[in-house]
Write a protein that binds this ligand. Structure first.
Ligand SMILES: NC(=O)c1ccc[n+]([C@@H]2O[C@H](COP(=O)([O-])OP(=O)(O)OC[C@H]3O[C@@H](n4cnc5c(N)ncnc54)[C@H](OP(=O)(O)O)[C@@H]3O)[C@@H](O)[C@H]2O)c1
Length: 328
C-alpha cells in the first residue's frame, strides 16, 4: 500500500491508503520526491469541462498532480533490457493530461512509460526538476512544434509572468529566436528581463503596444489564451504561426484552420505531451542555465490546501512546489 492525496467533491484534500502501482514491461515505478501545482488543479477541484480532458474524473478515489521528480524503485522487463534507466536513478516527468489518467503525483509512487520521463540532471534540485515539466513541455511543443519557431525567428510571448509564459522566454532563446518580446504586468517586468527576454512590454502601462506590435513576429505564443485570431493575425509576419493553450472549437479548430488556409499563416493550439526527448532537452537547458524555473514556495503534500491558496495568490512569483517524500 502507499499514501496518496484524494481530492474530494467538497474541494478538500485527504490522505488515503491505496495499492502501490506495479509497472508493466514498458514502465518504471517512481518513488515521488517532489511535485508542483499547475492551473489544471483548479479545474479538477471545480470538476469543470476542462477537468475531464486532463483526468479520469470518474476514478475513485480522485488523485491529482502531474509533475514529478523522484527515484526509480523498479523497472519493467523491457526497460531493464534497454538499460537506459536503472533502479536508484533520479528522474523527472509529467503524468499525461488525458481522460484516462487515473494516477496523481501527490502520491508516494507513480508508474510511467519509460519514453515519458527523463533522467534528472544531477545538479538540478528535485523541486526545480519537478516544477520544470508540464509548463516547460507545453511552451516547447507550442512554439517549436506547433508554431514553427526555429533559429533566427522573432517571437512574441503573451502572459509571460505565468507558469507557461515565464519558462517560454528561456526556451525561445534556447531554440535560437533572434528576438524574444514578452508581455506581462508591471510587477513581473524585472523577473522577465532576468529570464532573458530581449524586450519586455508592460501591458498595464504601455499604451498602444498592441498597435506597435503589428507585423513584427514570426511566432506569437498566447500562453493564457487571451487574444483572438484577428488580433494575432495582425501581429504575425507572412507565413508566421500563432499558438495558444486552450483549444476552442470555433476559434482555432474551425476559423483558425480556414483562416490559415487563406492567409498562409498557422493558427493552432497545443496539448502538452509527455516525451522523454523533450524532457532531456529541458534538462540540458536547466543544466546550462539557459532556461530557469523560479520556485515561489514549497509546501508539504499534507498542506495542499495552503499550497493551493498560494497558487491562486496574485503576489505569487514562480512555481508552487510540493514536497511529497517526507511531506506526509
Ligand atoms: N494545453 C496544455 O497542455 C496546457 C498545459 C499547461 C497549461 N495550460 C494552460 O495554459 C494557461 C496558462 O497557464 P499558466 O500556468 O501559465 O497560468 P498562470 O500561471 O495563471 O499565468 C497566466 C498569465 O496570464 C497573464 N494574463 C492574464 N490575463 C491576461 C491578458 N488579458 N493578457 C495578457 N496576459 C494575461 C497573467 O498575468 P497578468 O494578468 O499579471 O499579466 C498570468 O501571468 C492556462 O489556461 C492553463 O490551463 C495548457
Amino acid at each position: 500500500m502507499m499514501k496518496a492525496m484524494e481530492l474530494t467533491a467538497d474541494k478538500g484534500f485527504f490522505v488515503i491508503e491505496v495499492p502501490k502501482p506495479v509497472p508493466t514491461d514498458t514502465q518504471i515505478l517512481v518513488r515521488v520526491k517532489y511535485s508542483a501545482i499547475d492551473t489544471s488543479l483548479q479545474n479538477l477541484l471545480d470538476r469543470d469541462m476542462v477537468a475531464s480532458y486532463i483526468h479520469d474524473m470518474k476514478s475513485k478515489p480522485l488523485m491529482a498532480g502531474n509533475h514529478f521528480s523522484g527515484t526509480i524503485e523498479a523497472v519493467g522487463a523491457s526497460v531493464a533490457a534497454q538499460k537506459e534507466f536503472t533502479v536508484g536513478d533520479g528522474v523527472f516527468g509529467h503524468l499525461q493530461y488525458a481522460p484516462q489518467t487515473k494516477q496523481g503525483a501527490y502520491s508516494e509512487y507513480v508508474t510511467v512509460e519509460a519514453d515519458a520521463c527523463a533522467l534528472k540532471p544531477s545538479n538540478v534540485s528535485w523541486e526545480t526538476a519537478a516544477s520544470s515539466t508540464t509548463e516547460a513541455m507545453t511552451a516547447l511543443q507550442a512554439m517549436r512544434d506547433k508554431a514553427g519557431l526555429i533559429k533566427g525567428k522573432t517571437v512574441l510571448i503573451l502572459g509571460s509572468g505565468g507558469g507557461v509564459g515565464s519558462v517560454a522566454v528561456g526556451i525561445a532563446k534556447s531554440l535560437g529566436a533572434s528576438r524574444v518580446t514578452a508581455v506581462c504586468s508591471t510587477r513581473d517586468v524585472d523577473r522577465i528581463q532576468k529570464l532573458g527576454a530581449d524586450i519586455v512590454i508592460d501591458r498595464k502601462t504601455q499604451d498602444n503596444w498592441e498597435t506597435a506590435a503589428v507585423g513584427k513576429f514570426d511566432v506569437v505564443f498566447d500562453a493564457p489564451t487571451k487574444y483572438g485570431l484577428w488580433q494575432a493575425s495582425k501581429w504575425l509576419n507572412p507565413g508566421g504561426g500563432f499558438v495558444n493553450t486552450i483549444p476552442t472549437i470555433f476559434d482555432i479548430l474551425l476559423i483558425g484552420w480556414l483562416w490559415g488556409w487563406f492567409t498562409g499563416k498557422i493558427f493552432t493550439t497545443v496539448a502538452c505531451a509527455s516525451k522523454k526527448a523533450d524532457l532531456d532537452l529541458v534538462g540540458e537547458w536547466l543544466l546550462k542555465g539557459s532556461v530557469a524555473v523560479e520556485i515561489d514556495s514549497t509546501h508539504d503534500v499534507s498542506s495542499l490546501e495552503a499550497a493551493m491558496r498560494r497558487q491562486n495568490d496574485p503576489s505569487k512569483s514562480g512555481r508552487v512546489a510540493i514536497k511529497v517524500e517526507g511531506g506526509w
